[in-house]
Design a protein around this ligand. Sequence first.
Ligand code: NFS
Ligand code: SF4
Length: 639
Amino acid sequence: LKDVKDLSMDTGVQQMLAKAREEGIDTAFDRAAKMNQCGFGSTGVCCKHCLEGPCRIAPNGKGAQTGVCGANVDTIVARNFLTTVTEGTASHAEHAREVAHAILEAVEGKAPYAIQDEAKLKAVAQGLGLNTEGKNVNQLAKEVAIKALEDFQKQHGTLNWLKFRANSKSVENWKKLGLLPVNAHLEITKAMARQVMGGDADPTNLLLGTVTMGLVDGYAGLHMSTDLQDILFGTPKAVKAQYRLGVIKKEMVNISVHGHIPLLAEKVVEWAGKLKDEAKAVGAQGINVVGVCCSGNELLMRKGVPVATNYASQEMPIITGALEAMVVDIQCIMPGLQTVASCYHTEIITTLPYVKMSGATHVEFSTERADEAAQEIVRKAIANFKKRDPRKISIPNEVTEAYAGFSVEQIVEALKAVNAEDPLKPLVDAIASGQILGAVALVGCTNPRVKQDSSNVALAMELIKNNVLVVATGCSAHSLGKFGLLSPDGLQYAGESLRNILTAIGQANGLPALPPALHMGSCVDNSRIADLLNALANYLGVGIKDLPVAGSCPETHHPKALAIGTYFIANGVDVHVGVNPQVTGSELVVNVLTAEKENFPVTTDGLFGGKLIYEEDPVKAAEIILNRIKAKRKALGLS
Ligand code: NFS
Ligand code: SF4
């Protein structure tokens, strides 16, 4: 077994990993070490799309070079990639649909939620082309929800959310290429039908199919989720909070919320507040809700709820011995959680009928009975407080302060303090003068196969040192938060000109400085990053593909991350992944996606202006990204 110091950068996580080993508990990091990766799967050359197979093509040219049906390696790899991107897209589309449905129920008086952000509601309604005159909040919200649900039903035209949010130059290009999606469910079904045995066998055409999936992900997943969640729960504003396992408090009833859709998490926070006297009655000082993964991000962004940890170390809050309940909804929830929890008093509580775990408690959550379910969950946690085993309690004490809440609205607001009439001007001027070299979105996951947080942090450090503005989302943002890069203190690692501009903007807003990395939210909130890019591109009168920007997911693990990456590539943004994307078995697929070979006939770079970069070493990756940013600057006539 590897030394715990080599598994995570986070000393609290290291401490918990050592504790787990002492107690004989397997964690994801140890399971990763035991799991040998299959060479065929790693390169994407194994096909299981029908029962004539599984068929696999040896990359060295030895053995069968086609599957039983005659599919060659390019078809197999491209088809597998489409499968992965479809899975990611389906997750986000389902997320968005749930929120749309919740809004409809809320305004019809069937679910206990109320619209929190009328300004955003109006902005979204107008963006969707709705007439807002003389309509009350509930009427308007209902019309917006119906527009959203149309994106899962309509049989003609283009996704409403794409027409609303997409960059017009990007849209022209997608239209020309015949890639515009009609409705999310239709496109996901079509993609499934296309991957089936005997379906699409043209690898390039299959890859173009992934682009359509990327667009569904971007608009009927990311953007719709963010817009509707902002309407329902409020648009985030800058907020100060805490990170790392030290946010778990020994004297409190601790509940961690884990998963993705804030419908449940928000209610748990609400009821944790309302039931604190019941917690006191069992001898606790109160109820402490902490976040994990993207549910953590949603609560952090809107409520400043502290974040215990990110994806790869999601088992660690349990290992502190002081977690009464971990309540989960969908996605990124390790099935291994229950095995770990069974060694402690922690109750894993699943909430959705289609995401259950054997051995866990299931409290069915639906929007109609959101209050009842949240109460039941909080009461279960309170009841567990007395079941703690004091000998098993050990909570790492480190916490790090961080700022989050940087929605586009908040960023524009902060820039208004510098230039009230033309808020984007200071940012654009700083980019034009080279004071800010460019911007990179650091997004996505952590992966138990990569030393946790290390690539996310190393890449961010390298970029900010070179005066690149970093914006972050997802578990990657958590990595940066844990190591001080979401705090103004992190500016000590930034290049001088970046430090100066972030200090100036911060001070105009009554803060010592802005942090070198701006936390823009959960993974669906990558939409916020796209909105910011769209605003900058429109301001400059260029396409998004022309901007000196890139995206990076150094510790990728989830298909959702590949769907998001595809979405950004479709908009002409380079996307770096630091973990093998499982396509290397096909030269054709590699070249289409990465444009590695010069003059390859069809590449995403040629079609969209953005490409995939696969590089495991974060410092080398930073160099590649910086060079590409410099090239894009040059093409814009900037030095
Ligand atoms: Ni994104 Fe967020 Fe985290 Fe990766 Fe999973 S929680 S939705 S997929 S691991 S960043
Ligand atoms: Fe084999 Fe073709 Fe079936 Fe895939 S679809 S398992 S390559 S026969």
